[in-house]
Design a protein around this ligand. Structure first.
Ligand code: NDP
Ligand code: HSE
Length: 434
């Protein structure tokens, strides 16, 4: 039996406590699988005196000096479950450059500055694993990094944020209010420390950038992802979706396409969208995540499971710990980042989707014709129109055929200026065959 593989654990919150618990409960099996025991030599936290229940760990291991812990000579692997950009980036770059492999769940950092981490890993000859950063427990990054390396991926579509899926599912199923559903998601440990990251789509955008980078062999950063959150989704939108046989989901959509001159490019977006209830993603409820991958040879693949929460996320962290510990003992490392394709990013204005536009208008002759004329002027073709009366006012719900995002934006801008348009109640994209 080899001597132990020594871990520095940075963070002991929702995910970190479950990592500690699993390391303890599964110690015998993990030792057998790795060929050496795992040993936690220190745990960095913000408040060492905080009550952590009956955590099976020596209280003497807690420290507030994360950087000091990372630098210790007796540390082989650094496990980071703190989150945020700094000081996490400093700790991880320090570890990687010193040849200490890193396991992290920190999607915000990977999306913001993953290149710096990958470069540091290459410099130090260390492993950088981050399965838990996207879709919690679902084995998704390993298939992209390894199993699908012989194929060409053209599209990744998914629900990758548990908190917003929990909220939208509750609004759809029970008519629950937004705030009430968010509070419950936070209490269950799904939401980020600042839930703005979830409800405004930043968390899903970070995950989309990680997925797109791996799928398309191109560095895609957080800033390359078009992002809209769910805070503007109303009970009226949910009801309107139901009338159309749809439900609303926060989707991440990453595509690779090739233009007529043979130039490939990628586009990555995160926004709420109506999808038909017959769509496989429509039945993904609660805090579950699901991701569709469309590859040239493999065809369609679907990954489904728990996308948030302490234990599911810790499962992915543990899988990575086993992989890097094995590599450490074998004196080897996994293949480094693959970003050779270096494809350009297409702007959102070129993305073609269908739209559901809900307008509050004056109910008088000529209004419908004028509205239709503006859609026609911007070459946005209307598929259906539904009108319902509200006294002197009316609600017009227009669903379009596929149109570029820029054309729809120009249409909405012009509608906004019309005297008989009282309000643009909502503009939602429609995905899948409605
Ligand atoms: P928590 O907020 O529950 O825990 C954060 C931990 O980091 C706490 O133990 C905290 O210490 C510690 N910490 C914070 N700042 C510092 C600091 N400056 N120095 C040392 N320790 C610090 O977060 P989660 O466990 O929910 O998330 C951790 C990471 O995992 C994040 O990157 C998150 O995005 C990611 N993730 C989370 C998922 C989830 O479902 N929760 C799912 C997938 C990924 P203290 O305990 O003393 O406050
Ligand atoms: N806040 C995230 C979510 C945690 O709700 O999906 C998992 O990454």
């Amino acid at each position: 039996m080899s001597k132990s593989v020594r871990l520095a654990l940075l963070g002991c919150g929702t995910v970190g406590t479950e990592v500690v618990r699993l390391l303890h409960e599964q110690a015998t099996d993990l030792t057998a699988r790795i060929g050496a025991p795992l040993e936690i030599v220190g745990i960095a936290v913000r408040r060492p005196g905080r009550d952590r229940g009956d955590l099976p760990v020596d209280p003497g291991l807690f420290t507030t000096d994360a950087l000091g812990l990372v630098k210790r000579e007796d540390v082989d692997v650094v496990v980071e479950v703190v989150g945020g950009i700094e000081p996490a980036r400093t700790w991880l770059v320090e570890a990687l450059r010193a040849g200490k492999s890193v396991v992290t769940a920190n999607k915000a950092l990977l999306a913001e500055d993953g290149g710096t981490l990958h470069d540091a890993a290459t410099e130090g000859g260390a492993d950088l694993y981050y399965e838990a950063s996207v879709a919690g427990a679902i084995p998704l990054l390993r298939p992209l990094r390894e199993s699908l390396q012989g194929d060409t991926i053209n599209r990744v579509t998914g629900i990758v944020n548990g908190t917003t899926n929990f909220i939208l599912s509750a609004m759809d199923a029970t008519g629950a209010g937004f705030e009430e559903a968010l509070e419950e998601a936070t209490a269950l440990g799904y939401a980020e420390a600042d839930p703005t990251a979830d409800v405004e789509g930043f968390d899903a955008a970070a995950k989309a950038s990680i997925l797109a980078s791996l799928a398309f062999h191109t560095r895609v950063g957080a800033a390359d992802v078009y992002r809209e959150g769910i805070t503007a989704v109303s009970a009226r939108d949910v009801a309107s979706a139901k009338q159309m046989g749809c439900t609303i989901k926060l989707l991440c959509i990453a595509t690779r396409s090739v233009d007529s001159s043979g130039q490939a490019s990628v586009a990555v977006r995160v926004h709420p969208a109506m999808i038909p209830t017959s769509h496989p993603l429509a039945s993904v409820g609660d805090a579950f995540n699901a991701v569709f991958i469309e590859a040239e040879a493999a065809g369609q693949l679907m990954f489904y499971g728990r996308g948030a929460g302490g234990a599911p996320t810790a499962s992915a962290v543990l899988g990575d710990i086993v992989a890097v510990a094995r590599n450490h003992l074998a004196g080897t490392r996994a293949a480094s980042e693959s970003s050779y394709a270096d494809l350009p990013i297409r702007p959102m204005g070129e993305a073609v989707t269908r739209y559901h536009v809900s307008l509050d208008v004056a109910d008088r002759a000529g209004v419908l014709a004028a509205v239709a004329g503006i859609f026609a002027k911007h070459d946005v073709s209307i598929a259906t129109v539904r009108q319902s009366g509200r006294g002197d006012d009316a609600v017009l719900v227009i669903v379009t055929h596929g149109a570029p995002d820029a054309a729809l934006a120009a249409t909405v801008e012009e509608l906004r200026g019309l005297e008989f348009v009282r309000a643009i109640a909502s503009v939602l994209r429609v995905e899948g065959g409605v």
